[in-house]
Design a binder for this molecule. Structure first.
Ligand SMILES: C[S@@+](CC[C@H](N)C(=O)[O-])C[C@H]1O[C@@H](n2cnc3c(N)ncnc32)[C@H](O)[C@@H]1O
Length: 214
């Protein structure tokens, strides 16, 4: 649990920085740095939105929603509801503001909780966990929980092990006091099998594996 509080503290202070990754209107130097170090974030965003084209009347859970970029883009596609969950209150405040500004607040619900403690009163057609497993010391427990509340599709990213750029990421996060975890393809497959996600497509997206599981 000590590791968990380090992750929460880290994200409480990263709201604007993380949100700006999705901002297209920025200086060339930042665009270049994003391309070198964070292009996975952009690519997995596009692929996930594509996987969620037809979500009319569906119930969606966005686990570790961060500043809410997935939520607001999906909210325009007339789902029944979107629950945006994060244990960082600052991230949720940003997501709420965005939902209000974009006029989609009525179909969004916000839950300030560690996902491992979350007791949902409903199951979901689609569960998203993008950029979450990078920070989990107990991925199997979390994956099993997602499986137990997901009626349809789960879209999950896992940061790949053995990427050269991981060195920079490990050093940077270590200096900022945040733990980070990486996975081999075999580990991802084992986790999916053990958690009961038998039918899964795994796409290699630069430094991530993006899993579409049913
Ligand atoms: C890298 S951000 C990803 C945000 C968003 N999904 C995206 O891709 O734009 C990870 C988010 O997960 C949240 N998070 C990490 N561990 C969590 C946990 N155990 N329960 C709830 N939220 C968690 C962090 O607070 C952070 O906002």
């Amino acid at each position: 649990m000590f590791e968990t509080s380090k992750v929460r503290t880290f994200f409480q202070g990263r709201v604007e920085k993380y949100d700006s990754i999705y901002d297209k209107d920025k200086k060339l130097i930042w665009k270049w740095l994003d391309f070198i170090f964070r292009r996975s974030i952009q690519i997995r965003f596009g692929l996930t939105l594509k996987e969620c084209e037809d979500i009319k009347d569906k119930k969606i859970l966005d686990i570790g929603c961060g500043p809410g970029m997935y939520m607001i883009n999906l909210a325009k596609r007339q789902p029944k509801k979107i629950v945006a969950l994060d244990f960082s209150e600052e991230m949720l405040n940003k997501a709420k503001k965005l939902a209000r500004d974009k006029g989609v607040i009525e179909i969004c619900q916000f839950v300030n909780s560690d996902f491992r403690r979350y007791v949902p009163d409903d199951k979901f057609d689609i569960c998203l966990a993008i950029g979450l497993f990078d920070y989990l010391e107990n991925p199997l427990e979390v994956l099993k929980k997602i499986r137990s509340i997901c009626l349809g599709k789960a879209i999950i990213s896992f940061p790949a092990k053995w990427r050269l750029r991981n060195i920079v990421r490990v050093i940077r996060l270590k200096l900022l006091g945040c733990p980070v975890y990486f996975y081999t393809l075999k580990q991802v497959k084992d986790l999916l099998t053990k958690s009961g996600f038998g039918d899964a497509k795994i796409i290699t997206v630069d430094r991530d594996y993006l899993v579409i599981a049913k």
